[in-house]
Design a protein around this ligand. Sequence first.
Ligand code: PHE
Length: 341
Amino acid sequence: MIDIKAIKSELEMVSDLEQLDAFFQKYLGKKWSITEGFKQMGSASPEERKALGQKLTEAKDQVTEAYEAKEMELSREKINQLLNADLVDISLDTQPLDQGSYSVLAKVRREIEEVYKSLGFIIDYGHEIVTKYENFESVNIPLTHPATEMHDTIYLNDLDPKGLPLILRTHNSAHQVQDMMKYGVPLKLGSPGRVYRFESMDASHDVMFRYAEGIVIDKNLSIANFKDTMQKILSWILGKKTEIRMRPGYFPFVEPGFEIDAACPICDGKGCNLCKNVWRIELLGAGMVHPEVIKNAGLDPAEWSGFAWGIGVSRLAAIRYGIKDIRYFTNGDLRFSKSFA
Ligand code: PHE
C-alpha cells in the first residue's frame, strides 16, 4: 500500500530546501498520502485496523527520520554556501602595516645600558624636574658660584619646599647624592636620561639632549681604576678596543676632573673629517668624585672614594651614524627615523 522504498528514493532526488518542503507537503503534511492512509483506517475492521496502524506508524517514522536527515544535510549545505559566499581570506596579503621602531637615540641609550648592566651597574633614570639643591648645591655648585652659569637653566613656575623655583635638570649629576643615599655604598650606578639647557640651537646644540651618566663609589678607588673602567666601557660602546686620552677638565663636582677623548672610531687615529684630523673625539666629562659630594651623601670622604662620568648619548649617536646636525634626532622627520628602522 505504501512503498517506502519509492518514497525514500524520491527523497534522495531532493536537492534543495524548496523541493524538500514540497516533499513534506506531499507525504507528511495535512494532505499527505500517509495521513490519508490513517484516514482509511476508519473503514477497516478492528484487526485490520491494528495491523494497518502499525504499518502506517512505522512508515511514518521511517519517512520522517529520512526527511529529518535530509533536512539536516540540506541546511548544512545551505549554511556552508552562505559562509563560502561571505568568505574573507585572512591569509591574503594586505597593505603592510607601518611598524614602529626605536629611535636611534633610544638604540644607543639601550646599548649603553647593556654595557653598564653587564658590569653590574644599577640603572636609575632619576627624574627630569629637580630642585636647585639637587642640581647644583648637592654636587658642590653653590648657587652663587659662577659655575651655575655653565648651565643655562630652564626654570618652572612651581616652587620647591624651600620656596625656590623647580628646574629641569641640566645634568644627570643632579642625582648623584640622592642615589648614594637611596642605594647605599659601595655603588655602581648608571643614570641615562634627558637633560635640558637653555641654549641657542644649532647643529651641535639643542635645548634638550641625552646623557648617560655613570658613578662608582667604593673604598680606595684610584684614577687607574677609573681609566680602566672608562677604557672598557668606551671600547664596548664603540665596538672595538679603543685607546682613550684623559685631559684635565673642570667640573665642580669632581677633583681632579677630566675630559676624555677616544681614538676616532672611523679612522682609528689616521685622520678624517669626523675627528677633523686630530685623531681623537671628545666623548665625556668625568672625574674623581669631589669629597664635598661624598660628604653631602652623609659619607666620610676619608673612607669612600669614587669616580663619575657623563657620556653624551646624542653626540655618540651623531658620531656613530655620521649625523651632521643633532636637531634631526628630534624634529620628527619620518624619513630620518625610518632610515634607522
Ligand atoms: N655633568 C657633567 C656635564 O654636565 C658631566 C660629568 C658627569 C662630569 C660626571 C663629571 C662627572 O657635562
